[in-house]
Design a protein around this ligand. Structure first.
Ligand SMILES: N[C@@H](CCC(=O)N[C@@H](CS)C(=O)NCC(=O)O)C(=O)O
Length: 228
């Protein structure tokens, strides 16, 4: 049976930037589960497949409805015999470390620069909702957040740290991509979907890893539509 992954879409339904949705899509591709990515907009809440959970991704597999990207990864590991997302407890611990690094380092630097681009590319019916919810969270306007001094430098510093393992390893998972790669690269897919390449310059080791990540799964990440 084909699974349905409810995936956040912008004004152009083919542009799907959500980093959490990307984490779920890469996990599905990795375990080899056939899926259809179904677009939903921010304010399309009545069509979200869960009565209470109003964030994406949501995965539907027959009667199973799984909310939250981390739960989706755990569900896929439990349900599918394909390639495991991590092979050892050490790899799992590393994936948890990269998540913590994302939350402490890359995300806070990159998100304020990206949110204004999400708003620009959002559907007209979503724009007011997106601005209101995000500005409440930020405590400032999207434009003020994007203009915070030093965001580019902070992003590039975070990427210097990410370069450390990638100088000697093809992937954060070692020879093959694993959950660590998908968690981190999902944030790059967010940036790639909605913003120009000029927001930051990645160190060479990170840039080369990005290309390897874009090559995976028959170039799934490279082929998807970006805001023009
Ligand atoms: N912890 C959740 C976070 C999901 C999340 O925040 N998704 C955002 C899109 S990136 C969303 O659906 N937002 C809907 C809204 O703001 O109404 C996960 O990992 O799935």
């Amino acid at each position: 049976m084909t699974l349905k992954l409810y995936d956040l879409a912008l004004a152009d339904q083919e542009v799907r930037p959500s980093p959490f949705c990307w984490r779920a899509k890469f996990a599905l591709l990795h375990v080899g589960a056939p899926f259809e990515a179904v677009p939903l907009r921010f304010t399309d809440k009545d069509n979200y497949p869960h009565s209470d959970h109003k964030r994406l991704p949501i995965l539907v597999n027959g009667d199973d409805i799984i909310c939250d990207s981390a739960n989706i990864c755990a569900y896929l590991e439990k349900t599918f015999d394909g390639e495991p997302l991590v092979r050892t407890s050490g790899e799992r611990a590393a994936a948890e470390f990269y998540n913590a690094w994302l939350g402490a380092s890359l995300f806070p630097a990159l998100a304020p620069m990206l949110l204004v681009h999400v708003h620009a590319a959002a559907h007209e019916d979503d724009k007011a909702y997106f601005r209101q919810t995000r500005e409440k969270r930020l405590g400032k306007t999207l434009e003020e957040a994007a203009a915070t001094p030093g965001l580019r430098d902070q992003t590039e510093e975070a990427l210097q740290t990410l370069a450390a393992p990638l100088v000697r390893h093809r992937f954060l998972g070692g020879e093959q991509a694993n959950l660590s790669d998908y968690n981190v690269f999902s944030v790059f897919m967010w940036a790639r979907s909605i913003a120009s390449d000029e927001l930051f310059e990645a160190p060479q080791a990170v840039a080369a890893w990005q290309e390897r990540m874009l090559d995976l799964f028959d170039e799934y990440g490279r082929k998807v539509k970006r805001v023009s």
